[in-house]
Design a protein around this ligand. Structure first.
Ligand code: NTF
Length: 842
């Protein structure tokens, strides 16, 4: 039956309610309205920033309508929901994406023009939301976009950091300098809704006293407030607008009145500062677990962030579940919780605590509920990235959770391992949740692995490595079926339509299908394959790539004042700086190319393909070797770019302050991009997918998702090189115990190293620590892969000489990238893990 109208006169409500702007005149009206009221300005004093703000507020109104309806609809229908817990969401800009998803790009462009502004200028006003380090955080953002676009009831939960990833400056000497990123300082953020009414208390420290009935009383310590900020996540061409809830920490009371009254004003303010500090800053360490790279105080704050966020999110999830009015035994039928890496692993003991201590559910039943609700994605097998927390710190900060972790060890791990492998003490020690040592440490990956229903890796090779290396014992113990793979994906909305509008338009025209269709069914790109044979189409395809190169050149010119040769091949490596990603191999290869060019005669040089090499990426502030690599790139670029002998044939740029928005300009312009990690170290990679979707080819190692990309686009369209994963362990062993000097192993590389040491790029001594990582252990096997790397780059040069064939490769690559849509990936999570279904908002 029809619901009763809740209050007042229904007719008056209906008359007063507005709908989403759909035509140009309602768009301009709404923008002008915001200029006059929200901004209190006029046409006379409106700059680009003001115009952006007014237009954004107008789009925000539309989003709010859809968001509200979606939340109401989900609440009424009460479907099973999935929650994606991620400490990082690297969202980038929102304005253009919202317009695309609402189907309002043309209307806004026209409206803005009529008001005397240029849409491109307005888009440039928006600051990136950079609440993430790299791939892991950007993956979370792509998954939110796909969840909404596929009409799945999925919410994200994260933290509302005051400061995102640091801004990178490069000093004249080539040193990376870090500056804070106060992304909210510009005033109101139009893309979020502060929900000051939604808040939870979160406790730290204090004491936990076990009671005879199995519960415990956790008391005292510090209490802080978690306040919700909701970020609207619109789906593409659908009303469904999902929610990303970010928590901000606040002191529970403005001041501690007791200390205040006692005259201890400073202490009162201090404790209020310490509450606010929890969500102050995103930790900038990528692939490094907290304790090895940050101070004791920093460690405690990071663990506080993790608990603060999981506790608030779980309190919210449990409250929403309770509103449905079902018994807790049905919790897993309504809730799925995905852990994005081990950062939210405390969700496991925290849910146990809620169920046992607050809901009075017996231990065994609580454990059943938890292990049927939680899912865990692993994103790396690098040992230094596996999180471990010192037991004394855990005991101090989270005494009740430490008890629960000991209980899980005692009731679950020990008895079942003993039963299956009687007397195998070594195995038990390897599998324990606690690592022996000084201090003892809690192994978060083990806890995440034991307390959940499914574990997955992020590409086929990586998922296999998870099973055969870091979680091997757990596979032998729990069986294969719990472990699986979901290869990562990327959203084609941002990473094709938005970043490469001309290519998107050509695809729609060629397929004779509206983008609202193929952007949500990316396998349709296959329809482009026959056109690889069509000379006219190839011409259009190549012309778009050329204009994208010019767009990047223009960007470099206006931001850095440098001129870029757009007739050259564009060769791009953009990602976090890390030894395993081997930017060092790339720059050593560049120097090798430079030395080779220098030795050539003028006639020989005439035959060489001009090449422009772009680097971008941030190094963790404490990662000395990665920072030295930046310094080498910048100084090598300075010398090489200034050499009149080679200037037309080789130039190198390090573009500072890499970001989502910079990636959107770089990716569509590349002819070739580099994904050259030591085999077995890059779990998946996602930028490799973005380049290929935009018709750029790959040079890469047989690693991560490179392998599946080659399977999809054909191995003849990818330039592979280097040793394979199974060889890596042995090679490392040889380097450790039977080292051979670089001069013998790889003379070409030795020459390059000598030039650097000899001062070709400034004081050679500066680079010794970096060069020694190669001359000594060479853990990342640069000497082993150097020759075949140079060989692969020569193959690239060869292939590029045949322009028509190259364009064919480019078209075939794009056409075969359908698998890598994050829509495919999120549907795999929804169907095989979470068992949730689309809930369409009409
Ligand atoms: C990263 N892992 C991996 O290094 C990438 O290969 C992968 O594409 C992304 O995750 C997304 O799955 C991490 O950032 C972390 F935190 F696990 F080290």
């Amino acid at each position: 039956g029809k619901e009763k109208w809740p209050r007042g006169d229904e007719k008056v409500w209906k008359e007063g309610s507005r709908s989403v702007n759909t035509d140009v005149s309602s768009v301009t009206k709404s923008i002008v309205n915001h200029v006059q009221t929200s901004l209190a300005r006029q046409a006379y004093n409106l700059d680009n920033l003001g115009a952006y703000q007014a237009a954004a507020l107008s789009v925000r109104d539309d989003l709010i309508l859809n968001w509200n309806e979606t939340q109401m609809h989900y609440t009424r229908k009460a479907p099973k929901r999935a929650y994606y817990l991620s400490l990082e969401f690297l969202m980038g800009r929102t304005f253009d994406n919202a317009l695309l998803n609402l189907g309002l790009k043309d209307q806004y462009r026209e409206g803005v023009t009529k008001l005397g502004f240029n849409m491109e200028d307005l888009l440039e006003q928006e600051r990136d939301a950079a609440l993430g380090n790299g791939g892991l955080g950007r993956l979370a953002a792509c998954y939110l976009d796909s969840s909404a676009s596929q009409e799945l009831p999925v919410w994200g939960y994260g933290l509302r950091y005051q400061y995102g990833i640091f801004q990178q400056l490069i000093s004249p000497e080539g040193q990376q300098l870090e500056q804070p990123d106060p992304w909210l300082a510009g005033g109101e953020n139009p893309w979020e809704l502060p929900r000051l009414d939604v808040s939870y208390e979160v406790r730290f420290y204090g004491t936990a006293e076990r009671l005879p009935d199995g519960r415990a009383l956790w008391q005292g310590g510090q209490e802080v407030l978690a306040v919700a900020y909701d970020v609207m996540v619109p789906g593409c061409y659908t009303k469904n607008t999902n929610n990303l809830r970010l928590w901000e920490s606040k002191p529970k009371r403005g001041f501690d009145l007791n200390s205040f009254n006692a005259g201890d004003y400073e202490h009162a303010v201090e404790s209020s500062n310490s509450a606010a500090a929890i969500t102050s800053v995103l930790y900038p360490n990528d692939h490094t677990c907290a304790q090895s790279s940050i101070s004791t105080l920093g460690k405690e704050l990071r663990l506080k962030q993790q608990y603060f966020w999981t506790a608030a999110s779980l309190a919210d999830i449990v409250r929403r579940f309770k509103n449905i009015g079902k018994p807790f035994s049905e919790f897993p039928d309504y809730v799925a919780i995905q852990l994005n890496d081990t950062h939210p692993t405390l969700a496991i003991p925290e849910l146990m605590r809620i169920l046992i201590d607050e809901e009075e559910i017996p231990w065994g039943k609580a454990w059943d509920i938890v292990t049927n609700t939680v899912f865990y994605t692993n994103h790396t097998v690098l040992p230094e990235a596996l999180e471990k927390w010192p037991v004394p710190l855990m005991e101090h900060l989270l005494p009740r959770h430490m008890q629960i972790i000991y209980d899980i060890n005692l009731y679950v791990v020990e008895p079942s391992v003993e039963k299956k492998f009687p007397g195998d003490r070594d195995r038990l020690a390897r599998m324990s949740l606690i690592e022996e040592g000084f201090p003892k440490q809690v192994r978060m990956a083990h806890l995440a692995c034991i307390g959940n229903r499914k574990v997955n890796g992020v590409a086929e090779l990586h998922s296999d490595l998870v099973k055969t290396t870091i979680l091997k014992d757990f596979v032998e113990f729990e069986g294969q079926s719990k472990f699986s793979n979901v290869t990562n994906g990327i959203t084609p909305r941002r990473w094709l339509d938005q970043c490469n509008p001309e290519l998107s338009a050509l695809i729609s025209k060629t397929l004779k299908v509206d983008k609202s269709v193929w952007l949500k069914d990316l396998d349709m790109l296959k329809g482009l394959l026959p056109y690889a044979e069509d000379a006219e189409f190839r011409k259009e395809w190549a012309a778009i790539k050329q204009r994208n190169k010019e767009r990047l050149a223009h960007h470099v010119e206006t931001t850095l004042g440098l001129t870029v040769n757009t007739n050259a091949m564009f060769d791009v490596q953009i990602k976090r700086l890390h030894e395993y990603k081997r930017q060092t191999l790339n720059i050593l290869g560049v120097i090798h190319r430079y030395l080779t060019l220098k030795q050539m005669s003028a006639a020989e040089r005439k035959k060489v393909n001009p090449r422009v090499v772009f680097f971008a990426g941030k190094a963790a502030p404490g990662y000395y070797i990665a920072k030295l690599t930046i310094r080498l790139i910048v100084n090598a670029a300075r010398i090489i770019n200034a050499d009149p002998d080679t200037r037309n044939l080789l130039t190198v740029y390090f573009l500072p302050d890499y970001s989502v928005s910079l990636a959107e300009v770089l990716i569509p312009s590349s002819d070739i991009s580099q994904h050259i990690s030591t085999a077995g170290t890059e779990a998946s990679g996602t930028s490799n997918m973005k380049f290929c979707l935009n018709g750029g080819l790959l040079v890469g190692t047989v690693d991560g998702a490179n392998i599946e990309i080659a399977e999809a686009v054909g191995e003849n369209n990818v330039f592979f090189f280097g040793h394979l994963t199974p060889a890596v362990e042995d090679l490392r062993y040889q380097h450790m115990y039977h080292p051979v000097p670089v001069e013998e192993k790889c003379p070409a590389l030795a020459k390059v190293l000598d030039k650097i040491s000899g001062g070709m790029f400034g004081d050679g001594g500066v680079y010794e620590p970096l060069l020694n990582t190669i001359r000594q252990n060479d853990y990342y096997l640069i000497t082993e892969d150097f020759d075949s790397y140079i060989g692969a780059l020569e193959m690239v040069d060869q292939a590029y000489l045949d322009k028509e064939e190259w364009i064919k490769k480019s078209i075939r690559t794009t056409a075969n990238m359908g698998k890598f849509s994050s829509d495919r990936a999120i549907l795999e999570y929804a169907e095989s893990f979470w068992s949730i279904e689309p809930v369409k908002v009409t």
